[in-house]
Design a binder for this molecule. Structure first.
Ligand code: FES
Length: 104
């Protein structure tokens, strides 16, 4: 799968997340202090909709809405139980003012 468009940069300001759906994959693309990070919208614990819950902007983790695991948005690694495995991360870039994510 090639790079796919997420959003114009100005529509995804710091502290915001946007969900992207492509085929079987859904990812959350976060703007943390001007840097873009993408993680799969599926918790490694029990497939919860990870990117549809709260997230801590300062600490940079997403809170799974199903059982509350904290997942590092930059690395995909779990910071708290009940998740113990990392979630998938995806490269991001900005091309011509558009945030893109590589889902290949
Ligand atoms: S499904 Fe995310 S913590 Fe259980």
């Amino acid at each position: 799968m090639p790079w796919i468009e997420v959003s114009p940069v100005e529509d995804l300001p710091p502290g915001e997340v946007k969900l992207v759906h492509a085929g079987q994959i859904s990812v959350g693309v976060y703007n943390l202090d001007g840097e873009f990070y993408a993680i799969e919208d599926r918790c490694s614990h029990d497939d919860g909709p990870l990117c549809e819950g709260e997230f801590d902007l300062e600490e940079g983790y997403a809170v799974c809405p199903r059982h509350g695991a904290h997942i590092d948005i930059r690395s995909g690694r779990p910071l708290t139980l009940p998740a113990v495995l990392p979630v998938e991360t995806f490269p991001t870039r900005v091309e011509n003012g558009i945030v893109e994510v590589d889902l290949s």
